[in-house]
Design a protein around this ligand. Structure first.
Ligand code: NCD
Ligand code: ZN
Length: 347
């Protein structure tokens, strides 16, 4: 039985670190174990322009613990009014790594997202021309579509057309949550890649709804069935290049999670790589962890993998229940907080 594994330092291709006090409280957990992370732009107000992004990157850099070599990779929040020239400038100046689509009102802080895809076609054309990645929250918000089918319908209605319309554009379907999503990504690789979260590979909707309502487990895309979970675990642990690590760690103040109108998002950075290791061990695929966590993402984004390594050991520890946040946010509840975590990062 493997009890110790060393892999190239992983990257997190989908991460929310927020801003201000929350940023300072949560960023060290990612900076400790990951070489790079793609930072999501869904702040209030969102990171819409190159100028917004330069300012946000400076705030992020200031929150990185001293001595850490962690590198933030920034994204542009796509709106109906995004200017293709500004996107191109930001990309050429290495400010933006990609553009992120939030369909309006699909998830947390997405009210400023895209309301009409016709309005953003010029941006997609430009991105195709300059070879800039397109990251998508791949769900429809049509009120007639069941919340469990939002990912599949997004693929059927939009993404399956866009990959033909923009044959050279590189897509990333973020936080895959369904068997349909997993299968589509494979069928459209290498043009399309997909990130997979720890929680979509561990939980099912029974955990949210089956034993009393657990508002903490509420995320977008919603956690689905055991069949979907099995497909996600199989995909991630296959080693196939189209699937890679994206935690979607998304901290919220406690009061916003446990509320009459609770917000989607789970804070998993303190246990992220450890939880992936647990899943890979359970699937008998620890030898594929490095591909998923450290190689496939850089390949899709056309970046070199990290040179450093991390070592994980089978050595149980207890995850903190919450992380304190200075100021009015007070605290963010941790995914798997208070539970025994099997794997530990030891070097
Ligand atoms: C994310 C957040 O809180 O910003 N929430 C979530 O449920 N995943 C946004 C997102 O990625 O959908
Ligand atoms: Zn997210």
């Amino acid at each position: 039985m493997t009890t110790r594994i060393t892999i190239r330092k992983p990257d997190d291709w989908h991460l929310h670190v927020r801003d201000d006090e929350m940023l300072r409280a949560v960023l060290p957990y990612t900076a400790k174990n990951f070489g790079r992370a793609i930072l999501m732009p869904n702040l209030i107000p969102p990171v819409r322009t190159t100028a917004d992004c330069i300012a946000y990157r400076q705030r992020v850099m200031a929150a990185i613990p001293p001595g850490s070599k962690f590198k933030p990779l920034m994204t542009c929040y796509l709106t109906d009014d995004t200017d293709p020239d500004d996107v191109e400038r930001g990309f050429r100046d290495s400010v933006f790594t990609g553009v992120k689509l939030y369909p309006a009102n699909a998830t947390t802080n997405s009210a400023a997202g895209v309301t009409d895809y016709k309005k953003v076609m010029r941006v997609l054309e430009r991105m195709e021309k300059i070879d800039m990645p397109f990251l998508m929250h791949g769900e429809v918000t049509d009120p007639d579509v069941d919340v469990f089918d939002r990912e599949k319908v997004f693929i059927d209605r939009y993404l399956s057309q866009w990959i033909k319309q923009f044959p050279k554009l590189r897509f990333i379907l973020e936080h895959l949550s369904s068997k349909d999503g997993v299968e589509f990504v494979k069928s459209a690789a290498p043009q399309v890649g997909g990130t997979i979260t720890p929680y979509h590979m561990v939980q099912t909707r029974n955990d949210t709804l089956g034993h009393g309502l657990n508002p903490y487990m509420y995320v977008m895309p919603v956690i689905k069935t055991a069949k979907d979970r099995a497909a996600l675990r199989k995909a991630a642990t296959s080693g196939e290049a189209c699937y890679f690590l994206g935690t979607d760690s998304a901290p919220h103040p406690y009061a916003r999670k446990v509320a009459v109108h609770g917000v989607p998002g789970m804070f998993n950075a303190p246990v992220a790589i450890e939880t992936y290791a647990k899943v890979f061990e359970e699937e008998g695929a620890l030898d594929k962890l490095e591909a998923f966590a450290s190689l496939n993402g850089p390949k899709h984004y056309r970046m070199p993998p990290n040179e450093e390594t991390i070592t994980l050991e089978k050595s149980p520890w207890t995850a903190p229940k919450e992380v304190k946040v200075a100021g009015p946010d007070e605290r963010a509840i941790v995914y798997r907080g208070g539970q025994t975590i099997e794997w530990k990062v030891v070097g």
